[in-house]
Design a protein around this ligand. Structure first.
Ligand code: AHG
Ligand code: MN
Ligand code: MN
Length: 323
């Protein structure tokens, strides 16, 4: 059971990237500690402010964002960062080699019910010499150097890809280190489990309606098998289940807010999760194309998301393309 830094070093990861991943891990250990203290650490409830997405921020959204920002800016290796909770990018060290996008606290509605939440991050390289601005971040997800998440659950887990498969680490509380517990994560191609917020059903487009109707029809329907359903209300927790035992996760466009392409954000939700899923042998699509091939237009851009078991994602996308 190798500690995180040791595993990365033995796999020839650039020392400055190891520093960056280690700093992210430290910030997340700090968040995990506060979560474990719960009401005693003053993290519960609303912060009373709205973020750039127009969502009410929870105290822990703000605390996690500040922790990550402070650790990352102090690391010296970060040229700039973009966060769900920051309207614009935040500049760091001009000589830094990396751009970091993150969702400091994913699954905010789970904070106050002591349920699973996480932190998601995505790392790009920063162009040398040139000044950094929002455009510097608008690279397709395919160019990510590394991506991952920390899941704050019964165990605290770090799940990471540096473009060579997916590894899972578990926080060993006795020594305060993430240690490698699965060095080869694979998503089976087929599945009998789907994740979607069914309460939005009446707002979905017709192809999505048909797809889910056929899943629900089970062994008597066109899919000729029974499907189970799960919805954790935290993308981190749903994607973690898929990396552990397979499945498909979907957050489609819906007509509640028709001008938005979806609910989830490309740069710090869909891209990092898409990179992990592809590296584990799965697929990550919008209703039209691989998420990682999208040319981003702005840092808070939203996209429809269909990811997980390769064959199931293909089937789901075919429903959308045939209509
Ligand atoms: P965040 O807490 O960072 O805003 O993200 C929440 C996202 C995602 O984690 C989850 O899958 C989805 O919102 C849940 O949405 P519903 O509340 O619509 O089910
Ligand atoms: Mn989120
Ligand atoms: Mn969030």
């Amino acid at each position: 059971m190798q500690p995180l830094r040791q595993y990365l070093a033995t796999n020839n990861i650039e020392p400055s990237l190891i520093t960056l991943i280690d700093v992210l891990a430290i910030a997340c250990k700090d968040i995990a500690f506060r979560l474990q203290q719960g009401a005693m650490s003053g993290i519960l409830g609303s912060a009373g402010e709205e973020n750039v997405q127009g969502e009410t921020q929870k105290k822990l959204d703000v605390i996690s964002n500040d922790l990550l920002k402070n650790y990352l800016l102090a690391s010296g290796v970060v040229k700039a960062l973009a966060s769900e909770e920051e309207e614009t990018i935040v500049s760091g060290n001009e000589a830094g080699s990396y751009l970091v996008c993150f969702d400091p606290l994913d699954g905010s509605s789970n904070i106050d019910i002591n349920s699973m939440v996480g932190t998601i991050f995505s790392i790009f390289s920063a162009a040398e010499g040139s000044a950094v601005n929002e455009k510097s971040f608008l690279q397709p997800g395919r160019q990510q150097l590394a991506a991952g998440y920390v899941l704050y659950g019964p165990s605290v887990m770090l799940v990471l890809t540096t473009g060579d498969g997916v590894q899972m680490y578990t926080l060993d509380q006795r020594i305060g280190e993430f240690v490698l517990t699965n060095d080869h994560v694979v998503i089976p191609e087929e599945t009998k489990e789907f994740a979607v917020n069914m309460s939005n059903q009446r707002f979905w487009a017709e192809p999505k309606q048909r797809y889910v109707e056929d899943l629900l029809a089970g062994s008597e329907g066109p899919r000729a098998k029974n499907f189970n359903m799960r919805w954790m209300a935290a993308m981190v927790a749903d994607v973690h289940r898929i990396l552990c035992r397979g499945g498909i996760f979907t957050y489609p466009w819906d007509s509640r807010d028709p001008d938005k392409a979806g609910k989830l954000r490309l740069m710090y939700e869909a891209n990092p999760m898409g990179f992990l899923v592809e590296q584990a042998g799965g697929k990550a699509y919008t209703d039209k194309m691989p998420i990682l091939d999208i040319e981003p237009e702005h840092i808070h851009q939203r996209v429809p998301v269909f990811l997980g078991a390769a064959n199931e994602v293909t089937t789901c996308v075919e429903y959308h393309q045939s209509s």
